[in-house]
Design a protein. Structure first.
Ligand code: DMJ
Length: 929
């Protein structure tokens, strides 16, 4: 038990205001005690299996950390696809994301306390020495104040907290003399100039060497910052003050928080997403619990826990009440307008809000936590990962997933609160998905698109700081961790700060700048320990009963627009406002309403504003729906075995990979490389996937030339050196304005960086085989796709296990994969497209010459990466859905190519080829686990 805790348990509520220290400790204590209470619900998981999963997490961490240290350190981050370090300035800029990179070995610092949690004390000691030896905090680089605070300052403080804990234990870190703390202090002073504003809100960026004001700083002109950016400093800054005795840090962080509190919208008690740091005006007046605001709320509650200052809890409770009143629309959490909180501001949710159920556990409000978590889990089950944003009807809105840890965090806290083994199973799924879809030979790669399973050359430091910590702790018993985790609080980056800080250096008196607080009808929880007796009233199946109705919430959901609009007006009989989707320019009444908007009352003006916003959303959605989604190029040959998946742009002509089987084949460069004339090396590309460089002629012309040479597919590689789908919007290749029905082969586009991964692989391994598809395929299915005789597959238990379809991905079973490039294809029946491919296409008249700069406008504007999914096959929502479902069933029925027993390929001819792959596959599995 912590020093602060005084040993009070939480069997009963503490009815009066408890001293902060008691609440801090008991909140943590409650979380633990529940785990031993739960006995029913999901089947319990044995200690053995939990240990196995814990070991798997350790092995995964080693894979991520080991590759970072080997291939990237001292760079800030690992680029896991190209297996090198990401050094700012040496890679094309990714915009704001790069502001986390300060040339200070970010990933190493962010990983420090994870090493101790994962019981890697020796490695921790080495890592600390490296930080002290190598890290420079005085680089001429502009960084985000927020990211530097949570990742670097937090990382150094977390490292220091555990270093002194270890030193006290007497075995490790005996040489340690607060060096990390000194670095943290140095960094703290470097960040302070950011607070030089009249409001006390920090500038969003600072130059580590030159600060803000100097001309060399190249920053300081910004006027806005996000609420989370200004409101997520108090834990680190207060810890720094209390560790060092230098009060200035805590004072500055408090001042910023006080200002935000003052600026809350007084009638709704909500805050906006961005604020002007000079005037304090809200710049973006939408409000949610995800991106831009998230950790502001988190830090109010946790500042109360760590610092014991009542005002933080009162503020948190006031905001929480508003969140539950307006934003929480169970199981959804939807952004609203701060002035009109009954108006939803968006029709989609972002992935960052997945931390909120965890915070609700800390608050003691378990029911909505269970509901939201379950909804998120259903989305994950559909897409393997949580897309960066998804709509209220659970379609993908932004398809990336940078291996964010928030959902694992909430899973851990819910398990601690409920002890329900269901959450262990959830954690197991997260582990499986990471290994199956994100693991690459050189680390773990972010998902570029959860729909295609394609990767991005990115492994953020928070993946090591947070994901592995929460996953490991989920399966660990108390004795698996070398210290008592309950003595610490997690920062938003999962760094550990000791609760005893609450009683140290308290010279910074709380600045009670606000006097009035909203009275809340929240008496069960306000000043008491969340009591598990109340949370789970004599019913061990409580959590399950909350989850049950949500089991099909994603699959059964039907498209819908903005859910809630000024409900109070409807109730009072007022005419509902005109919605963008209903607007008809020919309707005089509509035109009249439009005219009124913005002119008469403030309500009309707001209707006008919302109407415009909806119009913009609607038209961009319509635009997007006309676009094709991105495709995947998966490298399947040794040593990749399907683990590297590249995001590819589709073509508006040729074989549509979303409707047909994948195309698999070895790659060969065409000659001429631009593919703009008849190929001079048809023998090299015959039966293969031709690589062609972009430029000099139309895409369709290239396609015809390689098709005439006998290629079974084509990959156009961008001629613009250094281009990458990380930094440029993906587009679809347009036709040539003529009939392109003669083009039967699939064509995909890769930016230069992704294309180079294939070209480099050819250099190194000569034979490179790829799979062109709409969605990356399961690795076991890829190996099986080459038609190994079933007795070989069956004699390999590893593969047998992986063979079981367990997800949507798996359901695109191996049977559907055929090897168009291999003579071993077991398919007897050809689709019309394939049969026409086998007959020689007629010779084509030369298409119009054009150069790459004059491609169709769609090339510039189409961005399938931001596509909304337009169809869903899993609901019973629309006729279209049903038709598609039927169609896909019919296709399967009429395609009896799937009898694994009935192979037509001579076994001998494939065995030699396959033994090698099978051995390599087995070796890889062994290496990995
Ligand atoms: C982390 O850096 C922190 O958790 C932050 O508060 C927001 N989210 C990222 C990871 O997704």
């Amino acid at each position: 038990m912590s020093e602060a805790g005084g040993g009070r348990g939480c069997g009963s509520s503490v009815p009066q205001r408890a001293p902060w220290s008691l609440v801090a400790a008991t909140a943590a204590f409650c979380l633990v005690s529940a785990t031993s209470v739960w006995t029913a619900g999901a089947a319990p998981m044995s200690r053995e299996e939990r240990q196995k999963l814990g070991n798997q997490v350790l092995e995964m961490f080693d894979h991520a950390y080991g590759n970072y240290m080997e291939h990237a350190y001292p760079a800030d981050e690992l680029m896991p696809l190209t297996c090198r370090g990401r050094v700012r300035g040496q890679e094309p800029s990714r915009g704001d994301v790069d502001d986390a990179l300060g040339k200070f070995s970010l990933t190493l610092i962010d990983s420090l306390d994870t090493l101790v949690v994962l019981n890697k004390t020796k490695e921790f000691e080495d890592a600390v020495r490296k930080v002290l030896r190598d890290v420079n905090l005085d680089n001429d680089v502009v960084v985000s104040v927020f990211e530097t605070n949570i990742r670097v300052l937090g990382g150094l403080l977390g490292g220091h907290s555990l270093a002194i804990m270890l030193k006290e234990k007497g075995e490790y870190m005996q040489w340690y003399n607060d060096e990390l703390l000194q670095m943290a202090k140095q960094l703290g002073y470097k960040l302070l100039p950011a607070f030089n504003t009249t409001s006390g809100l920090p500038y969003p960026r600072i130059n580590l060497k030159f600060g803000i004001r100097k001309p060399e700083a190249r920053t300081g002109t910004e006027t806005d910052t996000c609420t989370a950016c200004a409101g997520t400093l108090i834990l680190e800054f207060a810890a720094l003050s209390r560790f060092t005795g230098a009060t200035i840090f805590e004072e500055y962080a408090r001042k910023a928080l006080d200002f935000l509190w003052e600026k809350r919208q007084r009638s709704s008690n909500l805050v906006g997403v961005t604020i002007n740091i000079h005037t304090g005006d809200w710049v973006r007046k939408d409000s949610g619990v995800g991106a831009g605001i998230d950790s502001y709320y988190e830090y109010l509650l946790k500042a109360y826990v760590l610092l014991g200052d009542d005002s933080f809890l009162e503020r948190f409770n006031t905001h929480y009440d508003a969140i539950m009143r307006y934003i929480s629309q169970p199981p959804l959490l939807l952004d609203v307008h701060i002035h009109k909180p009954m108006l939803n501001a968006r029709t989609w949710m972002d992935a960052l809000l997945a931390f909120f159920p965890g915070l609700q556990v800390l608050k003691g409000d378990i029911r909505p936590a269970i509901e939201t978590h379950e909804m998120l889990y259903q989305v994950i089950k559909k897409h393997n990962f949580l897309p960066e944003a998804f709509t209220t009807d659970f379609r993908v809105h932004w398809a990336q997933h940078p291996l964010r840890p928030e959902f694992a965090e909430s899973t851990y806290f819910l398990y601690k609160a409920t002890g329900d083994p269901y959450y262990l199973e959830v954690g197991k799924t997260l582990i499986e998905n990471l290994n199956k879809y994100a693991r690459v030979p050189c680390g773990f790669a972010a998902m570029k698109d959860v729909r295609t399973g394609s990767h991005e050359d990115r492994m953020d430091s928070f993946f090591l700081a947070e994901m592995f910590k929460y996953l490991y702790l989920l399966f660990a018993d108390k004795e698996d961790i070398i210290f008592d985790i309950e003595d610490y609080i997690f920062t938003t980056e999962a760094h550990l700060l000791p609760l005893w800080l609450s009683t140290t250096n308290q010279s910074i008196s709380k600045k009670n700048t606000t006097s009035e607080y909203t009275e809340l009808d929240d008496s069960n929880f306000d000043w008491t320990c969340p009591n598990t007796q109340i949370l789970f009233p004599n019913d061990p199946l409580y959590a399950q009963s909350i989850r049950e109705p949500l089991k099909n919430v994603v699959d059964k959901s039907c498209p819908r627009g903005i859910i809630r609009v000024r409900e109070e007006s409807f109730r009072s009989g007022a005419k509902p406002p005109l919605r963008a989707r209903d607007f008809m320019a020919t309707n005089p009444e509509h035109l009249e309403i439009l005219k009124k908007m913005g002119a008469a009352s403030s309500i009309d003006a707001e209707d006008g504003l919302r109407f415009m916003q909806e119009m913009i959303e609607l038209s961009s959605q319509q635009q997007k729906e006309q676009q094709l989604p991105p495709r995947a190029v998966q490298i399947v040959s040794h040593p990749f075995f399907g683990r590297v998946v590249l995001t590819a742009g589709p073509a508006q002509f040729g074989l549509d990979l979303s409707k047909h089987k994948e195309t698999r084949g070895f790659v060969a460069s065409s000659k001429p490389y631009n593919g703009c004339s008849e190929l001079t090396n048809p023998e090299a590309v015959m039966g293969k996937i031709a690589l062609i460089q972009r430029g000099q002629c139309m895409f369709a012309e290239k396609a015809r030339n390689i098709q005439n040479a006998g290629a079974i597919g084509g990959i156009v590689i961008d001629d613009n050196e250094g281009s990458s789908s990380d930094t440029a919007p993906l587009f679809q290749m347009a036709g040539d304005g003529k009939d392109t029905d003669d083009i039967k082969i699939p064509m995909l586009f890769l930016f230069s960086k992704e294309g180079n991964i294939i070209l480099d692989a050819i250099q190194e391994y000569e034979e490179v085989e790829v799979l062109l598809s709409d969605k990356a395929k399961d690795r076991a299915a890829i190996l099986k796709g080459k038609m190994i005789p079933s007795y070989i597959i069956n004699s390999n238990p590893e593969m047998e296990n992986e063979e079981q379809p367990s997800s949507e991905n798996d359901s695109q079973s191996a049977e559907q994969i055929t090897s168009s490039s291999q003579e071993v294809d077991l398919v007897d029946q050809e689709s019309p497209e394939e049969s026409s491919l086998n007959s020689q296409p007629e010779s084509l008249s030369p298409a119009d010459m054009d150069n790459a700069a004059s491609v169709s406008p769609s090339e510039q504007i189409s961005n399938p990466m931001e596509n909304h999914e337009t169809t869903s096959l899993d609901g019973e929502c629309t006729d279209l859905d049903n038709q598609l479902q039927e169609q896909s069933e019919t296709e399967e029925d009429s395609n009896p190519n799937v009898s694994w027993g009935k192979k037509v390929q001579p076994i001998d001819s494939i065995l030699a080829d396959w033994n090698e792959d099978i051995e390599a596959f087995e070796m890889m599995e062994k290496d990995e686990l």
